[in-house]
Write a protein that binds this ligand. Structure first.
Ligand code: 6PG
Length: 507
């Protein structure tokens, strides 16, 4: 294992699924990697895979295994770049501590590529400043993405970015000039042309924050597809395979995305054991690691309306109440209307509903980031963010190009819904969303994210909301004061609601 040459471009601590895949990706692009993991089997596994995949077996190994962090550091060119891919939270700090003890220097760069909470990245960047440069890079795309081209969301010390940029641009997913992903999943034959799905997003926690919002949108995107499936199945009695085929068709149009594509594939698979559609054999209780919840919490803390994302988190939570739901199903009935519905019309309505709700969910995600940049002193380039999500990541979708175009046209765009393209799309297709929501309500089918999307759209486009009554209520019971429509903004008024009696209308 030992090799004293200082000729490796990058070190890895953590060679689990993601670490291994990213290390192999870097090796494919010609970088030499020094890897370490507490589990020696994982080191051996990555070395074996690299050897097996090497196109020229006589060529020198591009990945070397190290028996400790000190040895790993001894192989790296300076300033040393070390990727840390360990579970988020305490393990990241434990690795940083061990790296310091192993001889890290002030110019060395430690890159946390895990799903860390952005506040931890902000803290770590400040805390380790004197010892080394702590840099965040969030990775999306799962195992295959990491191996053949992920979407990379870097944030940290701007000076360190110049060392990372060539490597990150090499290994990131690529898109063509129309924003379409260029994919190759062949080891040793990486994609080298096209625009890389990575861009420097800002200091300290900026990259991890953007990834968190990516995941919040991912939750919404997934939930909306599930609601479309639920409606098609319950309203029209379609079998999963039929819905899968319909999704395949939708995937050719404006809904084209990785998540619609995989859902189409999932729905057409059958269980080998029972012969039933595989989806029917999977327990309807959703897991979550927390990034969608963090997005919802962050939005709520900043006062950003992000109901679709939050509803998607709640929908997962509700799904886990399997025992209670069973009990309730026997006790609570729905008083529903049934009537003749034309399948073709319903299909069209649900397709439009999915598109409109998806636009609203992305609008909310970008609103969250707009607020966060003020909160954390970042300056996001929203067009760049949309562009680096066009390939590699879980929410990759062709309409991200339209989002990038909208922000390119107007960098100060307050809300995606205000761009001509998306305002027009909502004008043309909102009937479908309204119809889907009505059908769901009439039939007792839970579609919380569709409902929330419509409420958001209608709320956002309302120049008058009943918040005037709400302000009056607050003033009535708590003397919280209110502003008047005919006074200067910021000027506060209070009414002694009970003491003053109920003044009558002036004649
Ligand atoms: C990605 C995914 C990835 C992971 C999620 C799953 O972008 O590659 O988002 O990060 O699949 O963390 O999250 P949940 O377990 O919360 O669904």
């Amino acid at each position: 294992m030992l090799n004293t040459n200082q000729n490796c471009n990058i070190g890895f601590v953590g060679l689990g699924v993601m670490g291994k895949s990213l290390a192999l990706n870097l090796a494919d692009h010609g970088y030499r990697v020094a890897g370490f993991d507490l589990d020696t089997h994982k080191i051996q596994d990555v070395l074996n895979t690299e050897a097996a995949e090497r196109i020229d077996p006589s060529a020198e190994a591009r990945i070397i295994g190290c028996s400790d962090m000190k040895e790993m550091l001894s192989h790296l060119v300076k300033p040393r770049v070390i990727v840390v891919l360990v579970p988020a939270g305490k393990p990241v700090d434990a690795v940083c501590q061990s790296l310091i003890e192993a001889g890290l220097e002030a110019d060395d760069i430690v890159v946390d590529c895990g799903n860390s909470q952005w506040t931890d990245t902000i803290r770590r960047e400040a805390e380790y400043k004197e010892k080394f440069k702590f840099f965040g890079t969030a990775v999306s795309g799962g195992e295959v993405g990491a191996r053949f081209g992920p979407s990379l969301m870097p944030g940290g010390d701007a000076n360190s970015w110049k060392y990372l940029q060539p490597m990150w641009e090499a290994v990131a997913a690529k898109v063509d000039k129309n924003g379409k992903p260029i994919e190759s999943n062949t080891p040793g034959k990486p994609v080298t042309e096209g625009e890389p799905c990575t861009a420097y997003l800002g200091p300290n926690g900026a990259g991890h924050y953007v990834k968190m919002v990516h995941n919040g949108i991912e939750y919404a995107d997934m939930q909306l597809i599930c609601e479309a499936y639920h409606l098609l199945r319950s309203l029209l009695g379609y079998e999963p395979e039929e819905i899968g085929k319909l999704f395949e068709k939708w995937n050719q149009g404006v809904l084209n995305s990785y998540l619609v594509e995989i859902s189409a594939d999932i729905l057409q698979q059958y269980d080998q054991k029972t012969g039933a559609p595989l989806v029917d054999m999977i327990l309807d209780s959703a897991g979550q690691k927390g990034t969608g919840r963090w997005t919802s919490i962050s939005a709520t803390q900043m006062g950003v309306p992000a109901g679709i994302i939050s509803e998607s988190v709640y929908a997962r939570a509700l799904s886990t109440l399997t025992g209670e739901r069973e009990l309730a199903a026997g006790k609570l009935t729905a008083d529903v209307e049934s009537g003749e519905i034309a399948a073709e019309d319903v299909e069209k309505a649900i397709e439009e509903a999915l598109y409109c709700a998806k636009i609203c969910a992305y609008a909310q995600g970008f609103q969250i980031m707009r607020a966060a940049q003020k909160e954390y002193d970042w300056t996001f380039n929203f067009s760049d963010i949309a562009k680096i999500w066009r390939g590699g990541c879980i929410i990759r979708a062709s309409f991200l190009q339209k989002i990038a175009d909208a922000f390119d046209e107007n960098h100060e765009l307050e809300n995606l819904l205000l761009s001509d393209y998306f305002a027009d799309a909502m004008a043309k297709k909102q009937t479908g969303l309204r119809k889907a929501v009505v059908l769901a309500a009439q039939s007792g089918i839970p579609t919380p994210s569709f409902f929330s999307a419509l409420a958001y759209f209608d709320g956002y486009r309302s120049d008058v909301l009943p918040a005037n009554l709400l302000q009056a209520q607050r003033d009535y019971f708590g003397a919280h004061t209110y502003e008047r429509v005919d006074a200067e903004p910021g000027q506060k008024f209070h009414t002694f609601w009970q003491e003053e009696g109920r003044p009558e209308r002036k004649a």
